[in-house]
Design a protein around this ligand. Structure first.
Ligand SMILES: Cc1cc2nc3c(=O)[nH]c(=O)nc-3n(C[C@H](O)[C@H](O)[C@H](O)COP(=O)(O)OP(=O)(O)OC[C@H]3O[C@@H](n4cnc5c(N)ncnc54)[C@H](O)[C@@H]3O)c2cc1C
Length: 621
């Protein structure tokens, strides 16, 4: 085990995505020196590997004459339901500063000739607050931040997978990790831990998360932190290989949807029965372009019928593909049958062309080039898709400093649960930057110092015992991981089958409680995977337990989920009785406890300048 000084830091950041690097950037800017960034693999994570045809960043309006304000933006976040007001206000308040910092570091957000950072309207956005640096906005952000942080001298501790947070008297003291090359356990001590491991992607099989991302949300839950809103996710249509959202022009090009048997034979059109007629179906395909996330409110009459139809085929054991060579209706499309919005868009784009691939090439050739660069030629091949988990809106509950219920344990980025039922597209990246900035600010209130080494002998011997017992013959790790994540996608994703949730919980509880009996590995190389699976079980159980309680208390179709009973969706309601509530969930003595509280309102402050200035000078927060 490492014993030198480099295993102690004033602040230890776990993860190296956009949020983690933002936190490091702020700490270094404020003159902190003892900042460690611990990461399993520097090239992993969602920020670095995900994108879409135009990856969105949501920010305060910085162009035009339409007006905007911090409080108005906070209201937009708050109006998504189940969002705490202090988080909404802070995400709005720091939006401009965080965005401009990225511009300063070289992220290519477009401006007009007068320097206005122009925007467009995204989903759940009453203004034009969205912007984009292209298909790989979050990659650009991550690289720009990393370059700066490396130049400023942060200490990177690579090839380390954090698996446990060491807590004493409700205060975070350190992190236990596995060296992913030597497979040895190591302990790092810190006065402040910033957990930035991204969304818990591995709980599902069908995901748009990049292959290089799994997440590690179970560790803060095991450490005693509360989670909130874990029922709330974003699901949408994504290609399976490569993993990529098929939003925007992929849908506006009006491809054909075809389902096949397991071997890719018996191709069938299946969408039409979900729609009133062909033009209703064509319009919904078109609208899926900007209405990408599955939305319960659009599941009965709107564009989300497409997602339901796709999931319906997959539930039957079939596979679904997008075919860009053929139209979704026999022969050519009669564009005059489209509604005014779709007609005028395609007309303006000059895209009244014969086939989907021609329309896509005309409107967005890079969208075709992207797949080509990943070995998929849309001119000759069909693209396999599924209804995929893309983002967790809930997560570990944090206050307005992004500090969890465990003192000095900050949770930022997608791992933190600051979004509610609905959120504007692009607000995840904004929230990650704000969480990074806020946690750094709170940390900067304390004097920097090296911590005393934490004694984690008890935890280390428990973990070593798990390894020893699981190293017992033929490995079943990938098999178990596949089985459980597939069931989660089938029954507890966008479509949640009430009668299956208990069984899911029982299976995963059994696996967790009797982990060393059921889970086997055959070599030391599998140790990181073993603990990733352990963590996935904790995260999955947290989500499934949250769903179970939600069904008991309300079960109203909302957000990106629809609840079914023996396959039939519940009735759709316009009112959500829990819109102003937060579901909290904690793990105590091996049992998940769920409770519901009223959400916190948006704070109304005394903004009289001299008063605030005095408080600021006196550090009175
Ligand atoms: C296809 C797709 C499209 C998206 N489009 C948008 C969009 O348009 N707008 C938007 O706002 N959001 C979008 N998102 C969401 C957004 O990209 C993510 O929420 C965000 O990038 C997460 O950043 P993060 O810093 O929290 O985590 P990540 O970028 O996932 O980073 C997590 C880091 O933690 C490390 N790590 C994980 N576990 C461990 C461990 N145990 N020990 C050590 N290190 C660990 C990883 O290696 C990685 O460095 C999209 C997501 C997907 C999947």
């Amino acid at each position: 085990m490492m014993t030198d000084m480099s295993n102690r830091f004033d602040t230890l950041i776990v993860g190296m995505g956009a949020s983690a690097l933002k936190c490091a950037d702020e700490l270094l800017r404020m003159g902190r020196k003892s900042v460690g960034i611990l990461v399993d693999d520097a090239l992993d994570g969602t920020s670095r590997n995900a994108g879409s045809d135009k990856q969105t960043y949501y920010k305060l309006t910085l162009s035009g004459n339409g007006g905007d304000s911090v409080h108005e933006m906070a209201e937009t976040f708050y109006s998504g339901g189940c969002v705490d007001g202090p988080n909404a206000l802070t995400e709005a308040a720091l939006s401009a500063a965080c965005f401009l910092r990225l511009c300063e570091l070289g992220v290519q957000f477009p401006m007009n000739r007068y320097g206005e950072y122009i925007g467009y309207r995204t989903d759940h956005d009453p203004r034009n607050r969205a912007t984009s640096a292209g298909p790989l906005t979050s990659k650009q952000m991550t690289e720009a931040l990393e370059k700066n942080v490396r130049e400023k001298g942060a200490c990177f501790i690579e090839k380390r997978m954090a698996i446990r947070i060491v807590v004493r008297d409700n205060q975070a003291k350190g992190v236990i990790c596995i060296h992913t090359e030597t497979n040895e356990l190591e302990v790092y001590s810190a006065n402040h831990i910033v957990w930035a491991t991204g969304g818990p992607a591995s709980i599902y099989q069908n995901v748009s998360y990049p292959v290089r991302h799994t997440g590690m949300s179970g560790a803060p839950i095991l450490a005693g932190a509360a989670a909130c809103n874990v029922t709330e996710w974003q699901y949408g249509l994504g290609s399976i290989s490569p993993k990529w959202n098929v939003s925007g022009t992929y849908m506006q090009a009006l491809p054909r949807f075809v389902s096949t048997d397991k071997d890719g034979n018996d191709g069938r059109d299946f969408l039409l029965p979900y729609f009133e007629n062909e033009s209703d179906m064509l319009l919904s395909i078109f609208l899926k372009g900007y209405q990408w996330p599955f939305d319960a409110r659009k599941a009965e009459k709107g564009s989300s019928r497409i997602d339901l139809a796709v999931q319906g085929e997959i539930q039957k054991g079939r596979r679904v593909f997008l075919d860009f060579l053929n139209n979704p209706v026999p022969g050519l499309i009669d564009f005059s049958s489209l509604n005014a919005e779709a007609y005028s868009y395609l007309e303006k784009a000059g895209a009244f062309l014969d086939t989907p691939i021609q329309r896509l090439a005309h409107m967005n050739q890079p969208a075709i080039d992207f797949y080509m660069s990943k070995g998929v030629d849309l001119h000759t091949e069909k693209l396999e898709i599924a209804l995929c988990a893309q983002h967790m809106n809930g997560g570990i509950m944090v206050n307005e400093w992004w500090e969890s219920e465990i003192k000095s344990l900050f949770v930022i980025g997608e791992c933190a649960g600051t979004h509610g039922v609905y959120r504007p597209g692009g607000s995840a990246l904004n929230a990650g930057q704000v969480g990074g900035a806020r946690s750094a600010r709170k940390i900067s209130f304390s004097k920097e110092r090296l911590p005393d080494p934490v004694n984690a002998d008890g935890e280390i011997s428990e973990l070593a015992g798990i390894i020893e017992k699981c190293m017992s013959g033929k490995s079943n790790l990938s098999e178990l991981a596949f089985e459980e994540s597939s069931l989660m996608s089938k029954y507890a994703g966008a479509i949640r089958e009430k009668s299956e949730i208990d069984a899911l919980i029982q299976r995963n509880t059994r696996l967790l409680q009797h982990f060393t009996e059921y889970v086997h590995i055959s070599s030391k190389k599998e140790i990181p995977g073993l603990f990733r699976f352990f963590d996935t079980l904790v995260s999955r159980l947290t989500v499934a337990s949250g769903i179970k309680e939600y069904i008991k208390s309300s079960g109203v179709n909302r957000g990106s989920s629809v609840y079914t009973e023996n396959g039939a969706p519940d009735s759709f309601s316009d009112t959500d009785p829990y819109f102003d509530s937060i579901q909290e969930i904690r793990l105590k003595d091996g049992v998940f406890h769920t409770s519901i509280r009223n959400r916190l309102p948006i704070p109304s402050q005394d903004d009289f300048f001299e008063n605030v200035w005095r408080e600021f000078r006196q550090g009175k927060w």
